[in-house]
Design a protein around this ligand. Structure first.
Ligand SMILES: [Zn+2]
Length: 478
């Protein structure tokens, strides 16, 4: 064991012994809060060393070292992966430590002379154990970009101010006039500090060059997170022009409904369909679902194994028949509901794959069960858009619903396929809307709560068919 490892092992065991207190449940409120603050101070010392180690690992794994990178030599694709493997922390935590460690380690100039750290003030406060990793990371992340373009003197002032605000030491008056009674200033928590740091960043930036497109290009990204409560979080940073395009698509579908595209105005008045039950967030989600479905269908995307990049879903036939259990969509760990499975089967087609008890494939059905582009065009001309009254989703954004499910022998034929939007397709089993085909013509029946005693009526959003219907209507004057 090396001397460093030995020393750290000693620290660890004395910490373990020294921190064996009696039950915190018996402490008074004051004792509890004092202990909470003190243990944080102990943690800050450890955090500083964690960041320092991560920064050094990153330095030895820098890209220009090629195959000699420490991370590569240890078989890892990135510094982050190496830190994760050595410490068992999450990727996000590893990256945080790397950022902090890199920003606070001393550097070496081109001729070998020592240079101070990118954030010397943060480095000192960290090493002194007065600045937490949380607050330090906030300062580094918010000021990193302005640091590259701002005047060094002003940048140094900003860093000094923020460190002082975080540690409650020295620095100028922040104007709050609030003291903590010890002569120093109130220490800012990391969230408060972020607001302050952002104000500084904006201030430092104003003298710099115009918006840094290259920097934005580096930082752009979209990420799907790990499932939480059955949902997959999506996060990211869009280039402004991409965000503008997306906003336009959202707006186009979230705008107040037009009165066109309905069966008749009379019918519109008949059902009170103005009551949108979805939140704006939920509607945006459904627009995104339509964008994805439309893109997958467009044929303009790289195909996966010769097929358009639609979702691959697996489900046990017995579960599907019994109506319980769940399915799995390729690429996402979270199971999906049978309702979602049925919707995806309905739009994307199915292929039956049978296994024996040992998992060997013993049956492979024919995969053809998607509506062809020709069939889709025919259905589009007939239906004109989502068939649910009051819904304004246009035909090109709709899915095709098998009125009689494939599983019940419903054919993949225009006489058995109708246009509905993602949301109305997804809720078709629960919404109460009825859809049926009469001699190849879709008919719709509103839910009881909307139209008690209401019956079936022909449904279309096709302008030609609406005109046709009006013409054939008996003349009231006759
Ligand atoms: Zn709809």
């Amino acid at each position: 064991m090396t001397a460093v490892a030995q020393a750290l092992e000693q620290v660890r065991s004395s910490l373990l012994d020294g921190l064996r207190f009696d039950d915190p449940a018996r402490w008074s409120d004051d004792e509890l809060l004092a202990a909470t603050a003190s243990i944080e101070a102990v943690g800050r010392v450890i955090d500083a060393h964690r960041a320092a180690c991560a920064g050094e690992v990153a330095e030895r794994s820098r890209v220009e070292l090629g195959g000699e990178r420490l991370s590569a030599r240890r078989g890892c694709r990135s510094v982050s992966e190496l830190i994760e493997r050595v410490t068992q922390v999450s990727g996000a935590e590893a990256r945080r430590r790397i950022t902090l460690g890199a920003a606070t380690r001393g550097r070496v100039g081109l001729t070998g002379e020592p240079l101070e750290a990118e954030f010397p003030g943060v480095a000192t406060a960290l090493a002194d154990g007065v600045l937490g990793a949380d607050a330090a990371t906030t300062i580094v992340r918010e000021l990193d970009r302005p640091r590259r373009i701002a005047d060094p003197v002003t940048f140094a002032a900003a860093e000094r101010e923020l460190v002082a605000a975080a540690t409650g030491t020295g620095g100028g008056d922040d104007g709050s006039g609030v003291g903590d009674g010890s002569g120093g200033r109130v220490r800012r928590a990391a969230d408060e500090l972020r607001v302050q740091a952002q104000a500084w960043a904006a201030f430092l930036d104003q003298d710099g060059p115009e918006p840094d497109d290259d920097h934005a290009m580096l930082r752009r990204g979209v990420r799907l997170g790990r499932a939480r409560d059955g949902l997959i979080p999506i996060r990211g940073d869009l280039m402004p022009e991409v965000a503008a395009g997306l906003t336009r698509l959202f707006d186009a579908h979230l705008s107040p409904r037009s009165s066109t595209g309905f069966v008749t105005d009379e019918e519109a008045a008949h059902f009170d369909v103005s009551g949108e039950q979805r939140t704006t967030d939920q509607q945006r989600h459904d627009v995104l679902a339509a964008i994805i479905e439309t893109a997958a269908r467009s044929g303009a995307h790289p195909s996966l194994g010769g097929a358009p990049p639609t979702v691959l879903v697996s489900v046990r036939a017995s579960d599907l028949a019994a109506g319980r259990g769940a399915g799995h969509a390729d690429g996402v760990e979270t199971p999906i509901s049978l309702r979602a499975v049925r919707q995806l089967m309905c739009t994307g087609g199915t292929q039956r794959v049978g296994f024996d008890d040992r998992g060997r494939i013993i049956e492979l059905g024919s995969p053809e069960r998607c509506f062809t582009p020709q069939q889709r065009r025919a259905i589009t001309v007939r239906d004109g858009g989502c068939l649910i009254p009051g819904c304004s989703v246009p035909a090109s954004w709709c899915e095709i619903h098998h009125v009689i499910p494939d599983i019940d022998g419903g054919p993949t034929h225009p006489d058995n396929g109708v246009l509905v939007c993602w949301f109305h397709h997804r809720t078709i089993e629960t919404s109460g809307w009825g859809i049926r085909m009469q001699h190849g013509v879709p008919q719709i029946r509103p839910p009881v709560w909307l139209d008690p005693g209401g019956g079936w009526r022909d449904a279309t959003k096709s302008p030609t068919r609406i005109a046709d219907q009006l013409e054939r209507r008996p003349d009231p004057a006759a």
